[in-house]
Design a protein around this ligand. Structure first.
Ligand code: ADP
Ligand code: MG
Length: 251
């Protein structure tokens, strides 16, 4: 079986001449379906840059990304995307069907209920309303918000708001979720609950997904299937002890 995500010699930097910074210096990385992978690394090392390129929001200078979606039960075909150095305008399909996002500060629409937040994002992706409503309901049940669907964000706790954002990300049936410091605004216990939810979504028997998550917390990272350390422009497998090393150096 081919990997869900496969990254080959990805390179990116910013600026030129004296102000040039090489950020990613040849990233090789694969993620299988059902894997929860934690990405750690010192502040400014390029974690968000890497996620932005995988998510089709930024084009890399060099290298290649292959993303293979799940088999569509109606057509029998799997989505396949090959990108990396393509302009973001040319990878609309990656954003629409390949990769979902979860951010530290949730990015919910304040005036809309949890349910409508999820429905609207599906409608924007071209799903018709009745189907969007059905999928939104299913996704909100999956993240344990069945009895909070009609609440607006300010009536929800931080952890619940993040779960709405997760419902929105999974409702689009995208095979890969990118989470950039998803627990950064949450207390320890709530952060752990989010990681538990991630684990549950990755090991779902019918529709397993994969999650690449940036975190500064070695304890949370150690609950992932695998930890990666991004350092000096390259990624390497990490264990809990070297992960604590980064945190201690920063403090
Ligand atoms: N749009 C940009 N223009 C110039 N430099 C950038 C830009 N985005 C990021 N950088 C630089 O690239 C490096 C990596 O940034 P980033 O990926 O945000 O790191 P991290 O998420 O690991 O903290 C930093 O030195 C940052 O200043
Ligand atoms: Mg970042």
């Amino acid at each position: 079986m081919t990997a869900l995500l496969s990254i080959d010699k990805l390179q990116h930097g910013f600026g030129r001449g004296d102000t040039r910074v090489d950020v990613l210096k040849g990233i090789d990385l694969t993620i299988e379906t059902g894997e929860l992978v934690a990405l750690m690394g010192p502040s400014g090392c390029g974690k968000s840059t890497l996620l932005n390129i995988i998510g089709g929001l930024l084009k890399a200078e060099n290298g290649e990304i292959e993303l293979t979606g799940a088999v569509n039960l109606e057509t029998g075909n799997a989505d396949y995307f090959k990108y990396g150095t393509k302009h973001p305008r040319r990878v609309v399909d990656v954003r629409r069907r390949g990769v979902g996002w979860i951010f530290q500060d949730y990015h919910l629409l304040d005036q809309l209920t949890a349910f409508d937040n999820v429905v609207i994002s599906l409608e924007l992706a071209g799903v018709d309303t009745s189907k969007a409503e059905e999928r939104a309901r299913k996704a909100l049940i999956k993240v344990d918000l069945a009895n909070r669907m009609d609440f607006i964000p300010e009536q929800l706790s931080g952890g619940q708001q993040q779960r709405v954002a997760i419902a929105r990300a999974i409702a689009g049936s995208r095979p890969l979720l990118l989470a950039d410091e998803p627990t950064g605004n949450l207390d320890v216990k709530t952060g752990e609950e989010i990681i538990e939810l991630f684990r549950k979504l990755c090991s779902d028997r019918k529709e397993p997904i994969s999650i690449l998550m940036v975190t500064h917390d070695p304890h949370l990272a150690s609950k992932a299937d695998r930890m990666l350390l991004l350092k000096d422009g390259l990624t390497a497998a990490s264990d809990i002890r070297s992960a604590w090393g980064i945190v201690e150096k920063e403090e």
